[in-house]
Design a protein. Structure first.
Length: 441
């Protein structure tokens, strides 16, 4: 039996189990003589510096200059991808929404698009359901960028920005709660459409938000853009040019801040994005300042997309017509949370016994997906979010793997940090906007 170079292993009744320890910390420390080399190894973390989760950085310092940086991930590992193999295809939406918990709608939409592609029903998804997906994703993009702006402002000393960013995010979370019954982890976008329609009350709230948010963006710019400390802490800090971004597979605002207008909504459209009017903001400096400007501009573009989506919301169904796939629910938000409306339950119970059995089997067993494999990529707030889904013809996924932008983008941290000051590690790491729940899925 061969032994692993990375972890000890043992056989159990559940299969082979690996015991993983704290990486190469002992080797790093033993290889450095802090007295003669005038270097020190710092274990920064595991902690939560603008990473929306727990990240560990091993930094080798010479004075305040970073000579070597290593990222250590895995502290929020949930095994979501593995769990999907033990749930039916519809139940998967409840799991994937919890990965990148700052952009749950994107996790759900990418998964739903992949399942629909396997089923061959992509063109059967209704126009209203597709428009609602765009509406929800762009609202989610704004809320995610607001969290980035808030937490990065706090890390760099702009405490007020933390309060303002979360304040405006609350408006969006209230809208999400009105539509889905939940503020986060919605399981709202499902294979075949969405869980329920958008109520009129939510439309009014979104219209009010479209009036409010542009004014707030101007306040943020008045607070930060002309502030000498903010400019000093972001300009020419954590520079990553377009060549480095492409070499490392970096996508999203980090890539666009280096000058490359790569946005899957434009380059490889989905959900009808090719029919919407919006721009792809870019910058050329590839530093923290550029990433700040790009994300602010993206919020403005998302507001334009939300308004267009609202104008396109025509009456119609929000789930495919095929009753063998369509989730048999008419959800309503009551005093005890979200569930089937009483009228819908009475309708089910009042129909034929065959209809009741069909309903029961679809909910408990799920639908069968033809064997095959697909890859679907969408543009999340952090970059390309891809889903590789494999079916063996059963009611459960054989394998679902996510190409998660937080995981890929963290590769850039050593390239941005080494040779710079330790204080700039925080600014550079924050500018990547990593969400460790997605990274460690």
């Amino acid at each position: 039996m061969t032994t692993s170079n990375y972890a000890t292993e043992r056989e159990t009744t559940e299969g082979k189990v690996f015991t993983v320890t704290g990486g190469d910390w002992d080797q790093v420390v033993s290889g450095t003589d802090p007295i003669n080399d005038e270097r020190i190894v710092v274990n920064m973390g595991p902690q939560h510096p603008s990473t929306h989760g727990v990240l560990r950085l091993i930094l080798e310092l010479e004075g305040e200059t970073v000579r070597e940086a290593r990222s250590v991930v895995g502290y929020l590992h949930t095994g979501i991808e593995k769990n999907l193999e033990y749930r039916n295809w519809v139940q998967g939406s409840t799991f994937v929404t919890r990965m990148d918990y700052l952009s749950p709608i994107f996790n759900e939409t990418a998964y739903a698009l992949a399942v629909e592609k396997l089923l061959g029903v992509t063109d059967d998804v209704t126009e209203r359901a597709t428009t609602i997906r765009v509406l929800m994703m762009e609202l989610n993009r704004i809320s995610s960028h607001l969290v980035w702006l808030a937490t990065t402002g706090m890390e760099l000393g702009a405490i007020n920005m933390m309060l303002y960013g979360f304040r405006e995010r609350e408006y969006i979370l209230d809208i999400f709660e009105t539509i889905t019954g939940l503020r986060m982890n919605h399981a709202y976008v499902r294979p075949g459409g969405v869980a329920q329609d958008v109520p009129d009350d939510a439309i009014r709230k979104i219209r009010d938000f479209l009036v409010l948010m542009p004014k707030k963006l101007k306040e943020y710019e008045n607070l930060l853009s002309g502030q000498p400390i903010w400019i000093e802490r972001t300009t020419n800090v954590a520079v990553l040019d377009v060549t480095a971004c492409v070499a490392l597979g970096i996508t999203g605002p980090v890539l666009r801040s280096a000058g490359l207008a790569w946005d899957l909504r434009k380059t490889m459209p989905y959900c009808g994005y090719e029919t919407y009017e919006f721009d792809v903001p870019t910058h050329t400096d590839g530093d923290v300042w550029g990433r700040y400007l790009v994300r602010l501009a993206e919020i403005r573009e998302s507001l334009k997309l939300v308004e267009q989506a609202l104008d396109r919301l025509k009456p119609g169904p929000v789930m495919v017509a095929d009753k063998k796939i369509a989730w048999p629910a008419q959800l309503a938000i009551g005093v005890d949370g979200m569930g089937n409306s009483l009228e819908h339950v009475a309708k089910i119970m009042g129909q034929s016994m065959e209809s009741l059995i069909h309903h029961f089997k679809l909910v408990t067993e799920g639908f069968r997906v033809p064997p095959g494999q697909v890859y679907v990529g969408i543009e999340s707030p952090r970059g390309e979010l891809g889903v590789h889904a494999v079916s063996d013809g059963g009611t459960r996924p054989y394998r679902v793997h996510y190409r998660e932008p937080s995981f890929v983008n963290l590769q850039a941290l050593p390239a941005m940090a080494e040779g710079g000051l330790i204080a700039d590690v925080i600014a550079g790491g924050a500018s990547l906007d990593p969400v460790m729940g997605g990274c460690d899925r």
